[in-house]
Structures are given as structure tokens and as C-alpha cells.
Design a protein around this ligand. Structure first.
Ligand code: AMP
Ligand code: ZN
Ligand code: FE
Ligand code: FE
Length: 290
């Protein structure tokens, strides 16, 4: 089984890179990628664990960019020691820390008494995410579930206007991935909530910026959506990839490693890691030559 979209506790997932890879192995995953939000510091430990378990491993990242509320770009085969990429991650970690302070003030105005200690979101230089706040809100009784916390506080117009952090332009997110040797893939296209013609137009633009793939198989895609994204991949000569977006049961209780929601994923198409490896090798050659 293949799962190329997995979060660890180096961003807003619940398990360490080593635990995550062990769980992936136990779930029957043979090719995996760790894709933490704006962070690469969990990759070395995950790569080592993957070697121990004989898992084909892709060092990855997920970058949130401007345009739509949830336009995310996955990067595969990136060099986690690339200075440009590290600088990019550090900048966005700082912006996330600033957002933590704004978030606490915003929540305070909504009657929520919470401290950074409750969120423990800025520890160890790891990236802090909205799921950390959502879990703290549930724990302190301000929301009935992570989803309820998102609906009540973390996806409101006021949140986006007052709290949300600056995000890079899509072209800059794609560029930092490619310049660090990676292959850029559009994550979970369904989240853009675009009809096919609009998504088609966006893909044309993103491809001009250097996009190379689309996450056609994803836990929250319907079979019809998956078919549409596979057809768009073919039309635009893009790679298609698959990922669960596993974070752990406290953050996304319905999403399991590799199998997705109620076993709707379970992808075993070996052409996915093969074609991705090939594209990564080409990208590395390009970087060496340029
Ligand atoms: P951040 O990058 O900190 O803004 O948070 C992004 C994380 O929040 C990702 O893991 C998303 O899947 C998660 N997320 C975004 N919107 C929602 C939502 N409505 N319900 C649950 N999780 C969400
Ligand atoms: Zn996340
Ligand atoms: Fe995402
Ligand atoms: Fe994700």
C-alpha cells in the first residue's frame, strides 16, 4: 500500500516520525512520504525508520499558499538541508508563532481563557497549527470536537481577517520546492471547491509555475472526484499521487494510515512511486546542471 501524505508531531500530527513510520509498516505501507506543514525537521528520523522497515521513503513537505482558503502544495524528494528551504520554513514558523499570539487574543475576545501552555504549540521549534488549538479547545471544554472547534473558531470570517498568517504566493511555494530538488504536487484538490472548468484553468496556471502533479487519490475524495482528477492529470500531463492526510485520531479521527476513511483508499498502484521517483531524479539532475 502507498501513502504519500502523512503528518507527524513535527507539525500538527500526533506521533513522532519514528512512531508514524512504524505504524505505517504495521498498516502494510510499502511506500510512504512524510509531509509536515512548512517543516522538514522530522524527515531525517522518518527516513532512518523507513530504511529499517524496508519502506520506500520520499522526504516531503506541505506548503499552504495564497489563493483559496486551503490551497496546499506538496513537495516530494526535497533536500531537507537545502538552505533556501530551511530559510523558508523558518520564516513560516515565525509567522505561525505570531499567529499563536493573535489567536489567543481572538479567542480571549470570544470568552476563551487559554494560554500558550495549554496549546503547547510553539515547542521545540516545531510548527504550530490550528489543530493544536482545536485540540486544546476540546480539552478545555470550549468545543465538543476538533471539527466543532474549527467550525466555531478556526474557519470563521473573523479568523481569516484577523488571525490568519501571511502565506507565500503559489509560484513561490512551487519554486522553493523545485529549487530544493523536489517535485511539486497539488494537494487535495477537492478542498478548493472549484467546478471542473475553474480547476482546469487553475491547473494551467500552476503548471506554468512548475507544478508537476495532482493528488488524485485522497481520503476525502469521492470516486467521481478521483476520476475527474485522474482525467485532469492525463490531460495536463501531470503525475497523479495518493495520500491519506493522516494526522492521528485526535486531529482527524476518521482518517487511517494508508487506508483512508472506511478503507476508501488502499492504493497499491506501483506506478505512483515509480513515476514520482523518476520525476525526482530528473529534478535533481536539473538542479545539478543549473
Ligand atoms: P494551519 O496550517 O495551521 O492553518 O492548519 C491546517 C490544518 O488544519 C490541516 O491539517 C487541515 O487539514 C486542518 N483543517 C483545516 N480546516 C479544517 C476543518 N474545517 N476541520 C478540520 N481540520 C481542518
Ligand atoms: Zn495538518
Ligand atoms: Fe493540506
Ligand atoms: Fe496535510
Amino acid at each position: 500500500m502507498i501513502d504519500l501524505h502523512i503528518h507527524t508531531n513535527f507539525s500538527d500530527g500526533e506521533y513522532s516520525p519514528e512512531e508514524t513510520i512504524r505504524m505505517a509498516h504495521e498498516a502494510g505501507i510499502t511506500a510512504a512520504a512524510i509531509t509536515d506543514h512548512d517543516a522538514v525537521s522530522g524527515i531525517a528520523a522518518a527516513a532512518k525508520a523507513a530504511t529499517d522497515y524496508g519502506i520506500t521513503f520520499f522526504p516531503g513537505i506541505e506548503i499552504s499558499v495564497q489563493g483559496g482558503k486551503e490551497l496546499h502544495i506538496l513537495g516530494y524528494g526535497i533536500n531537507p538541508d537545502d538552505p533556501g528551504l530551511l530559510e523558508f520554513c523558518a520564516r513560516h514558523a515565525r509567522d505561525r508563532s505570531v499567529r499563536c499570539g493573535k489567536m489567543l487574543a481572538y479567542l480571549q475576545d470570544h470568552g476563551v481563557n487559554m494560554t500558550l501552555e495549554d496549546v503547547r504549540c510553539c515547542n521545540d521549534g516545531r510548527t504550530s497549527g490550528r489543530p493544536h488549538f482545536a485540540r486544546a479547545l476540546v480539552k478545555k471544554g470550549y468545543a465538543s470536537s476538533v471539527q466543532d472547534a474549527f467550525d466555531r473558531y478556526l474557519t470563521t470570517p473573523e479568523f481569516y481577517a484577523r488571525v490568519e498568517r501571511p502565506k507565500p504566493l503559489p509560484a513561490d511555494g512551487i519554486r522553493v520546492i523545485r529549487e530544493s530538488g523536489g517535485v511539486a504536487v497539488l494537494a487535495h484538490p477537492h478542498q478548493l471547491k472549484l467546478e471542473e472548468p475553474a480547476l482546469n484553468a487553475l491547473l494551467v496556471q500552476l503548471k506554468e509555475m512548475g507544478l508537476q502533479g495532482i493528488e488524485a487519490y485522497y481520503s476525502r475524495h469521492t470516486p467521481q472526484q478521483t476520476a475527474c482528477y485522474l482525467a485532469l492529470a492525463k490531460k495536463h500531463d501531470l503525475l497523479y499521487t495518493c495520500g491519506s492526510d493522516f494526522h492521528g485520531p485526535g486531529v482527524k479521527p476518521d482518517i487511517a494510515l494508508g487506508t483512508g476513511i472506511d478503507k476508501n483508499l488502499c492504493i497499491t498502484d506501483s506506478r505512483i512511486p515509480e513515476k514520482l521517483s523518476l520525476a525526482i531524479r530528473k529534478q535533481h539532475c536539473k538542479k545539478i546542471i543549473s
